[in-house]
Each structure stands twice: as structure tokens, then as C-alpha cells.
Design a protein around this ligand. Sequence first.
Ligand SMILES: C[S@@+](CC[C@H](N)C(=O)[O-])C[C@H]1O[C@@H](n2cnc3c(N)ncnc32)[C@H](O)[C@@H]1O
Length: 199
Amino acid sequence: MENSNSSLNTTNSCSLPKIVVLRWGHRVQRDVRLTTHVALTARALGACSFILADTADRHIEETVTKITQAWGGNFKFDMAVPWKRAVQEWKKHGGIIVHLTAYGENIQTSDVLSRIKAQNKEVMLLVGSQKVPGEFYSEEISDFNVAVGNQPHSECSALALFLDRYFEGQELDQRFEKAKISIVPKERGKEIKTNNVEF
Ligand SMILES: C[S@@+](CC[C@H](N)C(=O)[O-])C[C@H]1O[C@@H](n2cnc3c(N)ncnc32)[C@H](O)[C@@H]1O
């Protein structure tokens, strides 16, 4: 789908199957750090792009953009897109919606993950912050409501665990193209490689 009125990224420049994360309910006064962590988790663990729905937050955009420029990859950051429009466009494009919620089908004790994978479609993951609108649970919005355990915890941990299970760990071995900085894994100490850039 290419819609000239849309800022949504629907082309796949990811090395892994495409997942887009939509963060709903960001509160500018109190969620800056957590929303930034949700976006960085999405990037590091294999999602292609991130939508900060309904709200603009230049500070978060700047942080995520700087990280991507330094550490590489094609991660895209969008903001102020109305959540319902993002969902409708995604569905029109043929993608499915997975809502992460403690009330959903348990990712460990049900077959929900294999049903999602069997669809073989691109996935938009909805994560909340404050209590989400009731319609998020409905068939009109979410194709699947998935619980990462049925205890409430955090959007960050739910997202990380979902992505790791979905990608079966392969996301931890991704290459980030055009990285200016990267870590050389070591048993002890810290080693980084830089591409002649000062940090
Ligand atoms: C702090 S929780 C909000 C809990 C809130 N009381 C509610 O009614 O959803 C923020 C977000 O984290 C995610 N989340 C928290 N626990 C989860 C779980 N066990 N499984 C999946 N997602 C979870 C959901 O996306 C939720 O909207």
C-alpha cells in the first residue's frame, strides 16, 4: 500500500519478517523515558518501524533517530499518526493486528503464536501505556489479543518477549547496515568499533 497522505512505512527494508510497533497512549509529561525504551527495544529486537500514535514528541524522535544513525539499520520512526487510521491502513495493506495485553491468550499455554505465524502476514503490534480503549480487544481492531503471561507488567517486557518468541532468537544476530559504531562482544571489558566517527 502506498498512500500519499500517509506517513506509514509499508515497504519492507527489514531482514526479518516485517513487524511494526504502534505505541498507544503516550503521555508527554510522564512517559518519555519508557516510550523511548519501547522504541529502542522494537529497533534492537527486529521490528522495522515504530509509530507513536496520536502524539508528537520531538525529544523521542531525536533520540531514536540519533541511535539509528549511529548504530545502523533502517528503523523508521513515525509520530502523531491517529491510531485508528494506522490500523485501518495496515489492514487494507493486508497486514494483521496483534494487541499485547495481559488479558489475551497466553503465549505460553495457548497456540496463539503458531496461529499468528500461520497467517504468514506482516504484523502490527499494538502496545498500550495507560488503559487502552475497549475496542482494541474487538475483532474489528485486533486479529489476536496476546498475553505474555496473564500478569500485568510492562509494555517493554511484553514487547521484548513477544519479538524474541516470534523471531525465535534470530533477531539477536541481526546485522545493522551502515552502522557507525558497533560492539565487539567480549568476555570482559568493553570494546567498540567505530567508523572513524567520534562519540
Ligand atoms: C502498564 S500496562 C497497562 C495495564 C493496564 N492496567 C491495562 O488495562 O492494560 C501497559 C501495556 O503493557 C502491555 N502489557 C503489560 N502486561 C502485559 C502482559 N502480561 N502481556 C502482554 N502485554 C502486557 C500492554 O500492551 C499494556 O497496554
